[in-house]
Write a protein that binds this ligand. Structure first.
Ligand code: NOJ
Length: 544
């Protein structure tokens, strides 16, 4: 396999919703032409791959994860020609694009479901999962706890219950039907043929159902996904599959197969532990989760993130930890949703630059390819008074101009209210202002990403956590063939002094990557450090 086809091992991803990014045709909704205009911004930030949230026709009852037609573009965003133009423009700038592939379910407005509702005998009836009662698969949990009571909903027209793991407006497809399995290959082929660089595959643990199980991560699911991977390797090498499985590392591990299933998988359990560790000033949650993280095949990579378009999920923590996270980070019940917290990064971290930097520094230095959620690079706020997850999906804040520079439409036509009050108001938090300020969060992230790219050990190096008696200090090595990096984080609000055993590196020099400073010889086995409050160091070990 060529190195080029392993591009995702050290890529920086940027997740965005076209609707929220930039409105070209001034109808109040962001669109593909608008996004195309903003590609240079993403390139300058250091983005290697853009992940687009669903862009297909949809009634938008789950913001596009309820797809009504897999082969077209939502009219608010433009059309297929606009998509091709956008894709070419991204490729010309050396950026890749992955789209959301929603295999598990469609919208109830999809023509397959509309037809299926005619009942038994309809050619599309078996595209979905039906039952005459609502008792089957009783061990499967309800995911959207705040809005759904059951995974079964009665359909008057079909006179049967249909199965859905998410909203009742999102009926699950029946993957036991070979026609469904083929349909989804066709969908993948269509977009790969157009030139997309891969897919973020939504909700993959739930494709198949089997009585007596919790209907997650089933062998049949893995077998199907392996077929999909095989198809991609055969016809579209270099394109990737990114797995959305909100599961424990040992279960996500199976989605990498022997390097023959997914290329990438989100590391869900790491994310809440970054917040726990920062709030406690204690590295134990991070050490614990890295310990739980099994090795993965060489041609695969974790996908790591601080926030995304959903609630900050607390599914991968204990009941006690969840309560603690809610108390600490979601004191107002409006901040909670299902098993999570619907807030953005900057408000979660008290808009405290040191905590935000610390979180990003952990994200950029621990193993995995980082994903930045749009707006979090400037520290955008949220609006907990909006429904569902809309509060973390407000328009991108480009400037202090009308409508935050997002749209020239009258503000009543915007798809969502802007954040226009308080410390996160677009008058205070916007791209334009941060571009002019050399010390802004935006410029700081640009710098870190640039340093990350110059140092291959971040993408492909092993992780070795160094023993340290001071529980506020996370000290680890990232080692690749080319280099060894020593990374230090002080999670506590106080300056910390600590000692590391660097016997193995005696005679080498420590050189800071983040600022120009003199190199320091490691002359003793026990090396003493001092790190100010919530500070971090990225150090290169060199022989000179
Ligand atoms: C996971 C997506 O991230 C979320 O936004 C969506 O609601 C569910 N899958 C259902 O598609």
């Amino acid at each position: 396999m060529s190195d080029e086809s392993l591009w995702y091992l050290d890529a920086v991803f940027y997740e965005l919703n076209v609707r929220a990014f930039f409105d070209h045709n001034t109808d109040g909704h962001g669109d593909l032409r608008g996004l195309t205009q903003k590609l240079d911004y993403l390139k300058d930030l250091g983005v290697d791959a853009i992940w687009l949230l669903p862009i297909y026709p949809s009634p938008l009852l789950d913001d596009g994860y309820d797809i009504a037609d897999y082969y077209s573009i939502h009219p608010d965003y433009g059309d297929l020609e606009d998509f091709k133009t956008f894709l070419n423009a991204a490729h010309q700038r050396g950026m890749r694009v992955i789209t959301d592939l929603v295999l598990n379910h469609t919208s109830d407005q999809h023509r397959w479901f509309q037809s299926a509702r005619n009942g038994r005998g309809d050619p599309y009836h078996d595209y979905y999962v039906w039952s005459d009662d609502d008792q089957k698969y009783a061990q499967a949990r309800v995911i959207f706890l705040d809005s759904e009571q059951s995974n079964w909903t009665w359909d008057e027209s079909a006179q049967r219950y249909y199965w859905h793991r998410f909203y009742s407006s999102q009926p699950d497809l029946n993957f036991d039907n070979p026609d469904v399995r083929d349909e989804m290959f066709k969908v993948a082929k269509f977009w790969l043929g157009m030139g997309v660089d891969g897919f973020r595959a939504d909700a993959v643990p739930y494709l198949f159902e089997r009585e007596g199980t919790n209907c997650e991560n089933l062998p049949a699911t893995h077998a199907y996904l392996k077929e999909l991977r095989h198809f991609i390797d055969l016809y579209y090498p270099g394109r990737i599959l990114l797995c959305e499985a909100n599961q424990w590392p040992k279960d996500v591990r199976k989605y990498f197969g022997e390097g023959d299933e997914f290329h990438m998988g989100f590391h869900f359990p790491l994310m809440p532990r970054i917040y726990m560790a920062i709030r406690k000033g204690d590295v134990s949650p991070l050490i614990w989760v890295m310990d739980q993280t099994p090795p993965i095949p060489d041609n695969t990579q974790w996908s790591t993130f601080l926030r995304n378009h959903d609630e900050l999920t607390l599914e991968m923590v204990s009941e006690e930890e969840r309560q603690w996270m809610w108390e600490q980070y979601a004191p107002d019940p409006r901040m909670r949703l299902n098993l999570g917290i619907r807030r953005r990064l900057a408000p979660l971290l008290d808009n405290d630059r040191r905590k935000i930097e610390l979180a990003y520094s952990l994200l950029f230095t621990l193993p995995g390819s980082p994903v930045i959620y749009y707006g979090d690079e400037i520290g955008m706020g949220d609006n907990i008074w909006l429904d569902d997850r809309s509060g973390v999906r407000t328009p991108m804040q480009w400037s202090n101009d009308n409508n935050a520079g997002f749209s020239a439409a009258p503000f009543e036509s915007l798809y969502s209210p802007l954040i226009d009050e308080g410390e996160f108001s677009f008058s205070k938090v916007n791209v334009s202002q941060q571009e002019q300020d050399p010390n802004s969060l935006l410029n700081w992230i640009r710098k870190l990403l640039c340093i990350r790219k110059q140092n291959p050990a971040f993408g492909q190096g092993n992780l070795q956590i160094l023993p340290c008696e001071n529980m506020s200090i996370l000290a680890f090595l990232r080692e690749s063939k080319q280099q060894t990096l020593l990374i230090l984080h002080n999670l506590s609000p106080e300056t910390q002094r600590f000692t590391l055993d660097l016997t193995q590196f005696q005679g080498l020099n420590l050189v800071g990557l983040l600022q120009v400073e003199n190199s320091v010889l490691i002359s003793t086995p026990e090396y003493h450090f001092e790190l100010p409050s919530r500070n971090y160091q990225w150090l290169n070990l060199i022989d000179e």
